[in-house]
Design a protein around this ligand. Structure first.
Ligand SMILES: Cc1ncc(COP(=O)(O)O)c(C=O)c1O
Length: 436
């Protein structure tokens, strides 16, 4: 193959440099423009518009220690680097992103970075795997203490009283998984700033994705994502990321935090493959169009379920009837141009409870045809699950009961035609509703 390197290269380099320069200086670029262009500049060597996948595990050094930024693929890889730049472009307020082998590896590395005998204050309705890591792995290996509280309904004084001298981290999910409780992030940030131990505030933003939620702009110190979900969006990659702001303060040294996380990641090798990074970056380019469709479908599904006689309770923060709907509106990073009378799109997750309870819920799930009975969320295809028996089985039964997880059905609304999803639910809910 003959390649006219000089012409193509010159043009590509100029274009790449101009674009990089322009994007850096242009916060006015919209979400999708950033998603498509940042981190995905044409390849300077060949002009390839889509970045090549760099499978090499090692990189030539011109002299000892003189290289082009990469030495060995565990410590850094061009595709990981490119994806991390895309993530910084997507998450408003971000300065650094670190991509990990999974959302769980991200969680583990952050908890390790706290050192021995730290205390973590967490929202009680947290992803089951996060609860398991904190209460079993971190507790057994680094003596991590934890307190799980209802950050939605607890008073400021109660939250302050729950913080100890060794509280180093506050863990938030909002909306929570699977009961979709909303946490007032700026309130928790302001309480954290008052605590003598100055804990970092982390928000797991997996459910909203950077399209609907911007916790760093609300004062959070770390955002994490299971990229496995909306950011990749096609149910074919397991990955995670930690994202932190750029500007350190006297209290918060984000550069050191990033260095520590990268050091730990390299030391235990929780790194994603080049191919997975490439796939996740490809997925991220369509995040905005997917999230709009997920949100509209979820709103339609939630409205339909609300009107069904066999359904006892529907939880979707975008519905006007959700008790904290006003909070959802306040913090929405991208307010839809036309708001609908009954609500607004607010992510793709809907939870509901049938009047017939857990037995009806179990009967319902295999009857669905378009909603596949499966764990996970955030893919283009709709999924349905029973958290108490599946994603949240690691939470003790008494706590599941107290949190309202027992008998709850969780839907991840995909981007199929909304009316097809409603028809699927209409048939199965009607059938299962009578079988309590
Ligand atoms: C909210 C949330 N955070 C973190 C994780 C863990 O991510 P991963 O499965 O990529 O390890 C999940 C997985 O379901 C999740 O739902």
């Amino acid at each position: 193959m003959t390649v006219s390197i000089s012409t193509t290269n010159g043009h590509a380099n100029r274009h790449t440099n101009d674009l990089k320069h322009h994007l850096k200086r242009s916060p006015e670029f919209g979400f999708s423009t950033r998603a498509i262009h940042i981190g995905s500049e044409p390849d300077p060597t060949t002009g390839a518009v889509i970045p090549p996948i760099s499978l090499s595990t090692t990189y030539k050094q011109d002299e000892v220690g003189v290289h082009k930024g990469f030495e060995y693929s565990r410590s850094g890889n061009p595709n990981r680097d490119a994806l991390e730049r895309t993530l910084v472009g997507l998450e408003a307020g971000a300065g650094h992103a670190i991509a990990f082998a999974s959302g769980s590896a991200t969680t583990a590395t952050i908890l390790q970075s706290l050192g021995p005998n730290a205390h973590v204050l967490s929202v009680n309705d947290v992803y089951g795997g996060t609860f398991r890591y904190i209460t079993r792995v971190a507790k057994e290996t680094t003596g991590t203490e934890s307190t799980f509280i209802d950050l939605e309904n607890t008073t400021d004084d109660e939250i302050l009283a729950a913080m100890k001298d060794n509280t180093k981290l506050i863990w938030i999910e909002s909306p929570t998984n699977p009961t979709l409780r909303l946490i007032d992030i700026p309130r928790i940030v302001s309480l954290a700033r008052q605590a003598p131990s100055k804990p970092l505030v982390l928000v797991d933003n997996t459910f909203l994705s950077p399209f609907y939620g911007s916790p760093l702009l609300q004062g959070a110190d770390i955002v994490i994502h299971s990229l496995t979900k909306y950011i990749n969006g096609h149910s074919d990659v397991v990955m995670g990321a930690a994202i932190v702001p750029s500007l350190s303060t006297p209290d918060r040294d984000y550069d050191s935090l990033v260095q520590k996380l990268r050091f730990l990641q390299n030391a235990h090798g929780a790194v994603p493959s080049a191919f997975d990074c490439w796939l996740a970056q490809r997925g991220a380019k369509t995040l905005a169009v997917r999230m709009k469709a997920h949100g509209l479908n979820a709103l339609r599904v939630a409205s339909f379920l609300t009107s069904h006689p066999a359904v006892e309770h529907v939880i979707y923060p975008g519905l006007v009837s959700h008790p904290l709907h006003a909070l959802a509106r306040t913090f929405l990073s991208t307010l839809p141009p036309s708001t609908l009378a009954h609500g607004i799109p607010y992510g793709g997750m809907v939870s509901f409870r049938l009047r017939g309870g857990a037995r009806s819920a179990e009967a319902l799930l295999p009857k669905l045809k378009l909603f596949t009975l499966a764990e996970s969320l955030g893919g283009v295809e709709s999924l349905a699950e029973l958290p108490a028996r599946m994603t949240h089985a690691s939470i003790p039964p008494a706590e599941r009961e107290a949190l309202g997880i027992e008998g709850l059905v969780r839907l991840s609304c995909g981007i199929e035609e909304a009316e097809d999803l409603v028809d699927d639910l209409r048939g199965a809910v009607g059938w299962a509703g009578g079988r309590g």
